[in-house]
Ligand binder design. Structure first.
Ligand code: KG4
Ligand code: ZN
Length: 325
């Protein structure tokens, strides 16, 4: 079994996964709701909470320690002080239990989220939509990937967070906006789709955010309609660029991963687009869309099989590290 730790942002999570059949033996996550009132994650607070919650979760899985073959931990990218808590905990466990350490890239972890307790399928096109990233990747196999498109400014999830804040709601904003949108008219505001006529394979959400700001200033109490119209255009922007990518990249399999892949409006429209191109669409179970240690553990099995271990004195936190060259 592999014990995995995820603490890259505001979720503390630990999992134990069987190496031979990918079975998830233990998984627990504590999300930090304490950031809600600040409209975003406060790094110092996040780090302090990880020091409290990670040992609490770890104490529940002590009985599995004799079965462990390795300790895996997210070391990149993310908030440096948050990453450091998980990494220190993993180093301590690796030394005290005399087990090898595996460093996992958080984005790589998300890529494996549809394949928790399953065999992974490659090659795979991936849309990664989280709080920190909006990327389309061509993943050939574990660790071999090519970036096809990414955002020039805000990420998809971040734009939901910022719109929620603008409308006077808490953090994280994704689910809040999705729920408000259900009660609104998505055609109420004619926001323009970013980069619609640009051949560039890239995303941009800062202009849309400003359109929302103007709509909010003009119509103070119209959160439902603003949310619905914003969500429609935010998703259409993704679909528009994916449509371009699918014309030139002949994928057979495609996955949508990351915290914002929990958005059902996005999933519904992506399903339609994938049907049009005859693509199999893979999604993670709802509970594995947002940050969790189960995806880190699943990914770590690949690293373990390739004997990709790292010495505890050499394992570093890399807050900005990217997946591709
Ligand atoms: O992957 P994740 O848990 O953390 C990062 O690695 O960033 O993603 C969190 C992001 C937040 O920006 C959150 O607002 C967004 O995912 N999110 C959503 C939804 N649920 C979470 N965005 C849109 N719709 C949702 N239902
Ligand atoms: Zn994430």
């Amino acid at each position: 079994m592999i014990l995995s730790i995820e603490s890259s942002c505001d979720d503390s999570s630990v999992a134990i996964t069987k190496i031979d059949d990918f079975k998830l033996i233990f998984h627990e996550k504590i999300s930090q709701n304490e950031h809600s009132e600040y409209g975003g994650v406060v790094p110092e607070l996040a780090a302090r909470l990880h020091t409290i919650t990670l040992p609490k979760i770890l104490s529940k899985c002590e009985k599995y320690f004799p079965n462990l073959k390795a300790i895996a931990v997210t070391n990149e990218p993310g908030l440096s002080v948050s990453l450091a808590e998980g990494v220190m905990m993993a180093k301590a466990l690796s030394i005290s239990l005399s087990l090898p350490l595996i460093a996992i890239n958080h984005l790589q972890g998300h890529i494996y989220s549809p394949f928790i307790e399953k065999e992974a399928i490659f090659p795979l096109g991936v849309l990664l939509v989280s709080g920190g990233h909006t990327q389309v990747l061509d993943v050939k196999s574990y660790g071999k990937l090519e970036l096809l498109a990414q955002t020039l400014d805000d990420s998809f999830g971040e734009s939901f967070d910022k719109v929620a804040k603008m409308l006077g709601f808490g953090y994280p904003g994704g689910e809040i906006i999705e729920n408000l949108a259900k009660k609104g008219d998505e055609m109420a505001y004619d926001f323009t789709i970013p980069l619609l006529n640009s051949p560039k394979l890239a995303f941009s959400y800062s202009g849309l955010k400003n359109q929302v700001r103007l709509a909010k200033e003009a119509n103070k109490d119209d959160a439902n309609n603003i949310s619905a119209s914003f969500q429609r255009v935010a998703v259409l922007h993704l679909l528009n660029k994916l449509n371009k990518i699918f014309k030139t990249h002949k994928f057979q399999n495609f996955a949508v991963v990351g915290g914002a892949s929990a958005n059902l409006y996005l999933k519904k429209h992506l399903e339609k687009l994938c049907d049009k191109y005859n693509l199999n669409l893979f999604t993670a179970q709802m509970k594995f869309c947002s940050d969790n240690a189960a995806m880190i553990g699943r990914c770590a099995i690949e690293a373990y099989k390739q004997k990709q271990f790292v010495k505890f004195e050499e394992l570093e936190v890399k807050p900005k590290f990217m997946l591709y060259e």
